[in-house]
Design a protein around this ligand. Structure first.
Ligand code: GLU
Length: 504
């Protein structure tokens, strides 16, 4: 028997910014598909026009692009099963709704929202199902003639799935094992609404998974309650069900419950991949990209939230993740969203990048601060300070003194380090430096230290004052690495300015 080709889909609804949990779902689908040499589809589930948010689809595509999650087939790419936007597939769904109606596996219901509400108010725990449907207004309870008349008169109706009572429905989940649900707890879900001539999520979702030859449905745990109904729908159509895998929830960093945007706002981290501006309210939500994350770091961080390779390895490239990923190693229980760990990953990925790449990312930040600098210089500076940062933008804090001479001097440091003898020592130091031809860090260090020794100066005293003159405070990398980059002229000029401005 030949194995079925692996085809998975990411099927978001364009209802706003894509939550970071959704990004993880997309990632796991992608890793699974690529490991099996299969296809990754992107389908946009936009049958709920009430919740449609303009720009959300573009946002989803841009997010996946930024993260390097490549789509083989679907919205934005095309493919043999186009269109991949559900709102453009109305006619297809209509055909399948009729098929269920004709087979007696679904029925038409006329109950208005008000009527349903009144029924719910009157009957505790009311559920539209085998035990109650006879008492409602539908094609099973009303005479055929009346049903026809109602439809012909243009009255709005819905199509409901006829769930057979008292049957154990088995969902075979690749992460959770066998999940058994009795059909008595399922209601006769609405599959289609005449008002907008659109199917609901359930029908569109399973029809498309079937037609698009999806082999594995990998999605968030919140969809597990829908799975028994989906199993019954596949059976009603006589179709083979795809394999299911319901991923663990992403949990709050503190306490219990699902990670929400509010947690991000409260604890100061983004829950969206890219910054998002709500088109209705204008509210701006922060994104990982704008917060300064490298896409590789976000991928690595997310991959390990709910899955582990079974070893201690934490730093994993996309290629390694594709090779090692397995649904069997996904956890059943929720994964705490450890934001600090996200920062740690970003730090690690910055260290792993070449200085040239980091310089390319840092140059635009420098421009924002009004600094134009040679790429070579930026690279040399990055090499000295990158280990101190978690984010590219923090490089500025660590290196601004390379680009701008101090305008003031840290008072506490002045008090401690700028002694009566300092101006004279610094003036002499400037002379010593002026006389050096080879201004490399090593050569400067050798000569300056010799001069300090010859004059029996205190090494720490001179060096600390030197740093204050050059940096403006007592921070920064090795002194002579700094001055080698600044060059002789700038170094000497800064010493002179310090001598002229710092009052003893
Ligand atoms: N449209 C659903 C969502 O927004 C898809 C769920 C599924 O993957 O079946 O996540």
């Amino acid at each position: 028997m030949s194995e079925k080709r692996v085809r998975v889909r990411f099927a978001p609804s364009p209802t706003g910014a894509l939550h970071i949990g959704g990004v993880r779902t997309a990632l796991y689908n992608y890793l699974f598909a690529k490991q099996h040499g299969g296809d990754m589809l992107l389908r946009i589930e936009d049958t709920d026009s009430q919740r449609f948010v303009p720009g959300a689809e573009e946002y989803i595509i841009e997010s996946l692009n930024w993260l390097g999650i490549k789509i083989d087939e679907g919205v934005g790419v095309g493919g043999p099963h186009a269109p991949y936007r559900q709102s453009e597939r109305r006619d297809i769904y209509k055909k399948y709704v009729n098929q269920l109606l004709e087979a007696g596996k679904a029925y038409i219901a006329f109950d208005t929202p008000d009527e349903l509400e009144a029924t719910r108010a009157g009957i505790a725990n009311f559920q539209y199902d085998a035990s109650t449907r006879e008492g409602m207004r539908n094609s099973l309870s009303l005479p055929t003639k009346e049903v026809e008349d109602l439809i012909n008169s243009g009255v709005q109706y819905v199509v409901r799935f006829k769930v057979e009572p008292n049957e154990d429905v088995v969902v075979n989940d690749l992460i959770r094992g066998e999940v058994v649900i009795n059909s008595n707890i399922l209601d006769d879900k609405v599959l289609y609404k005449s008002a907008d001539e659109l199917p609901t999520y359930h029908l569109a979702n399973i029809v498309d998974d079937h037609l698009m030859e999806v082999s594995h449905v990998i999605r968030g745990e919140e969809w597990l309650p829908s799975a028994p109904l989906h199993v019954l729908l596949y059976r009603a159509f006589g179709w083979e069900s795809p394999a299911f895998a319901h991923l663990p929830l992403l949990l709050k960093p503190d306490g219990n419950g699902k990670l929400s945007k509010r947690d991000g706002d409260r604890l100061g981290f983004p829950v969206f991949p890219l910054q998002f501006t709500d088109p209705k309210t204008g509210a701006v939500s922060s994104g990982y990209r704008e917060a300064g994350y490298l896409p590789e770091a976000v991928i690595n961080f997310l991959a390990l939230l709910g899955w582990n390779p079974g070893t201690d390895q934490e730093i994993m490239s996309m290629e390694e993740l594709i090779k090692d990923f397995s649904l069997e190693r996904c956890s059943k229980s929720g994964a705490k969203f450890d934001y600090e760990k996200g920062k740690w990953f970003n730090h690690k990925y910055i260290q792993m990048k070449d200085n040239s790449e980091i310089a390319d990312l840092f140059i635009p930040v420098l421009k924002d601060y009004g600094v134009e600098a040679q790429k070579e210089t930026v690279e040399a500076i990055v090499a000295l300070v990158k280990e101190r940062v978690n984010f590219i933008k923090e490089l500025w804090e660590q290196s601004s003194f390379f680009f701008k001479a101090p305008k003031s001097y840290d008072e506490k440091v002045v008090k401690k380090r700028w002694k009566a003898e300092t101006p004279e020592q610094m003036t002499k130091l400037a002379e010593v430096l002026t006389a050096i031809d080879d201004f490399s860090a090593e050569n400067q260090e050798r000569i300056v230290k010799q001069w300090i020794a010859d004059n029996e100066y205190n090494l720490g005293g001179v060096m600390n004052a030197f740093r204050l003159a050059i940096v403006g405070e007592s921070k920064g990398p090795h002194m002579f690495d700094i001055t080698a980059i600044l060059g002789k002229e700038e170094t000497v000029a800064r010493i002179k300015t310090a001598v002229d401005t710092i009052a003893i």
